[in-house]
Design a binder for this molecule. Structure first.
Ligand SMILES: Cc1cc2nc3c(=O)[nH]c(=O)nc-3n(C[C@H](O)[C@H](O)[C@H](O)COP(=O)(O)OP(=O)(O)OC[C@H]3O[C@@H](n4cnc5c(N)ncnc54)[C@H](O)[C@@H]3O)c2cc1C
Length: 417
């Protein structure tokens, strides 16, 4: 079905897929049969990736019709792979449980998000996949296997870019529910970024937004986890900026009411940690995204390096976001082995012009050995990408074992793994 856009899932999708068709199995048994008879096949989540990571020349499989599973245990939840975060957070909250973090949008599937290393912000918060304790997947021979934390292959089996098989269910670690207060400060002082530890250590999750057009930072979105014994009255000024008088959107000119409440009042974790509300199109809709992870110690210098080329990327840049992500042990995670600062870019939807701008960003960040987000647009050569992770060869060997005929491979995984 050449030209298929993943907008089937309410998202305008940047990628025109090369896949023949989209299969929608109704049971795991049916899925096993589809895989066993396939020459090339690949799972599709909600299609929110901007890179060609999900594409295939064979069949795409949507798991949206598999029997839904949201099984809440004492300190875990097991969900069917196609479940969107926005569908699991409510039942968890009702059961008095929570996840450690969420990405900027609740619209994405749990399996799709984990497969690319999707993350939110927070010095103490690793990527969403770091909460996974077990993965159930159909391997290339059509066999259903479960890999659990503690198994030697586990660290390679979570952020696996869909290369090891089609994940049917994931188990994630949960914690007691908590409330979060969110406030936004704008017109921050030019030197706000210099105290990286002070800025990002000030709350559970902090995002800075900037257009890189000058030395200054635009906004700080502060998500503070409520400590029941210590009430927090958000100050009116912070980092040289003032509290926004009304709801803000990250992208200038977009509607603030599409974002989660920024009124400073405590609310359940899932109503404050994402930037975007489930009932609206997240972000701008018509856009392209890129993101690069650098080791935390290079964070300030990396931001300054992008500011130095700000004028060159300004025509394509809608907004940039700076977040922190804690290190994890998942081989292909963007924060594998290093506490990280993530520099995100929301671009206009103009692929050639954006690729040129991305090239400028990559050149500016090269001294800091940036890792590109697997689900977003990057242009750096494959051999450069391969130097950024030291376990890609192990993932390749794991893929050869799970998928000897290479049915889950695509151009993207062939190139970068
Ligand atoms: C508006 C917007 C905001 C975003 N914000 C963030 C953010 O805050 N943080 C961040 O890190 N990213 C963000 N992203 C990127 C997004 O989170 C990732 O691209 C994510 O992977 C998308 O999940 P998906 O369900 O759409 O997966 P898809 O894009 O459909 O697929 C992604 C990968 O997962 C694989 N996959 C999907 N399902 C399965 C399965 N069942 N088994 C095996 N493999 C599977 C696919 O084959 C593919 O390789 C954002 C994207 C958009 C559009």
């Amino acid at each position: 079905m050449t030209g298929l856009r993943a907008g089937a899932m309410n998202w305008g999708g940047n990628v025109a897929f090369a896949a023949r068709r989209v299969l929608r199995p109704r049971s795991v048994e049916e899925l096993c049969g589809m895989v066993a008879g396939a020459d090339r096949i690949r799972a599709l989540g909600t299609g929110h990736s901007f890179s060609r990571v999900a594409d295939t020349t064979g069949d795409l499989v949507s798991l949206a019709d598999l029997p839904p599973r949201v099984e809440i245990g004492t300190d875990t939840v097991t969900v069917s792979a196609g479940t969107r975060f926005g569908e699991v957070t409510g039942p968890l909250q009702a059961a008095g449980r929570a996840l450690h973090n969420l990405g900027s949008l609740p619209h994405i599937s749990v399996a799709g998000a984990c497969a690319t290393g999707t993350h939110g912000s927070g010095d103490g918060n690793p990527c969403l996949a770091a909460a996974v304790t077990a993965v159930e997947l159909v391997t290339g021979t059509g066999e259903l296997v479960t890999v659990r934390r503690g198994d030697p292959d586990f660290p390679g089996s979570v952020v696996a870019l869909g290369r090891l098989g089609i994940v049917t269910a994931l188990t994630l670690r949960t914690q007691p529910t908590y409330d979060v207060q969110q406030v936004v400060y704008e017109d921050l002082a030019p030197d706000a970024i210099e105290d990286l530890d002070g800025v990002f250590g000030a709350a559970y999750s902090v995002s800075l937004f900037t257009r890189y057009t000058g030395p200054g930072m635009g906004m700080a979105w502060v998500k503070r986890r409520v400590d029941p014994g210590v009430p927090w009255l958000p100050p009116q000024t912070w980092l040289g900026g003032t509290r926004a008088p009304e709801q803000r959107h990250p992208v200038p000119g977009e509607r603030g009411d599409e974002c989660t409440p920024q009124d400073g009042l405590p609310g359940p974790w899932q109503t404050r940690l994402p930037h975007f509300r489930l009932e609206f199109t997240p972000s701008k809709g018509e856009e392209i995204q890129s993101e690069f992870f650098v080791a935390r110690e290079h964070g300030v210098a990396a931001v300054r390096a992008v500011q130095a080329i700000g004028a060159r990327i300004a025509p394509q840049l809608l907004v940039g976001e700076i977040r922190t992500v804690a290190a994890d042990d998942l081989w292909t995670s963007l924060a594998y082995g290093r506490d990280s600062v993530a520099l995100h870019f929301t671009w206009v939807r103009n692929q050639p012009a954006v690729e040129e701008a991305v090239g400028h960003v990559e050149a500016a960040l090269r001294p800091f050995e940036p890792r590109p987000h697997w689900g977003k647009v990057f242009t750096m050569p494959a051999d450069e990408v391969r130097t950024r992770w030291d376990r890609l060869g192990d993932l390749r060997r794991l893929a050869e074992r799970h998928d000897p005929a290479g049915v889950f491979a695509n151009d993207f995984t062939d190139r970068y793994l």
